[in-house]
Design a protein around this ligand. Structure first.
Ligand code: ZN
Ligand code: ZN
Length: 232
């Protein structure tokens, strides 16, 4: 039996921590102990968000500046965050999207002097979209869009080529794997956008999409990702 299944407050309902099932304060989605254990990414390369001992440019970005100007990654890809992303991507748990999107909005909101004009979630190929039933980046984007008052543009870019999973590929193979994967359908009327994705590892996918949007005339492109896995 699950440790919390006989918790008396479950029946009263409402404020149950979405991570541990324990009791959360009224109106909160997670409890204080879970909140304090979230793997926030505090020091990273400002360009690609590669975790670093201090916040300065990583050697890779110094050698080859990527086709985007800034990456904001909220968490390390581990612990409860990794677990929730797995729930969202492989177990049809849409509630995880709301939780992760709201946790991102908690950190993203109110801090930025200059906000992008819109949010573009990294699109899935139609075949993958049919298999999963939803695009996890779009679902995570909903609470961010609402709370930061930032429109999501879902019609501008499409994934026109299915790509094999990037998980077991080297950095160079990842770049090759995603080349030509995206198409920008109409000239974007934006000067500054944020691309949104769930996890970033080498950034090959988002870099390819940023490259397409930059060629289409978007001058300032940043990435917002929920979790950053360290580059191998
Ligand atoms: Zn908890
Ligand atoms: Zn970097």
């Amino acid at each position: 039996m699950h440790a919390f299944s006989s918790h008396p407050l479950r029946t009263i309902g409402g404020f149950e921590c979405l991570l541990c099932g324990g009791m959360a304060a009224p109106g909160k989605t997670i409890c204080l102990p879970c909140k304090s254990e979230l793997p926030h990414l505090n020091h990273a390369c400002p360009t690609c968000a590669q975790p670093m001992p201090a916040s300065h440019a990583c050697p890779r970005c110094l050698r080859h500046p990527p086709p985007f100007q800034h990456c904001r990654a909220i968490f390390h890809y581990r612990g409860a965050i990794r677990h929730q992303i797995h729930r969202l991507k492989y177990h049809n748990d849409l509630a995880a999207a709301g939780l992760l999107g709201n946790l991102m909005a908690d950190t993203l909101g109110g801090r930025r002097p200059e906000m992008p004009e819109c949010l573009i979630p990294v699109p899935l190929h139609p075949t993958r979209l049919r298999q999963r039933g939803y695009n996890q980046a779009v679902e995570m984007g909903r609470p961010i869009s609402r709370r930061l008052d930032l429109p999501m543009d879902l019609s501008r870019v499409h994934r026109i080529r299915p790509t094999e999973s990037q998980q077991k590929l080297s950095a160079a193979a990842r770049r090759k794997n995603v080349r030509g994967a995206f198409q920008v359908l109409a000239k974007p009327p934006y000067g500054h956008i944020a691309l949104l994705d769930d996890v970033m590892t080498t950034g090959a996918t988002t870099a390819e999409l940023a490259h397409c949007l930059s060629k289409a005339g978007v001058r300032r492109i940043e990435l917002w990702v929920c979790a950053r896995a360290a580059n191998p």
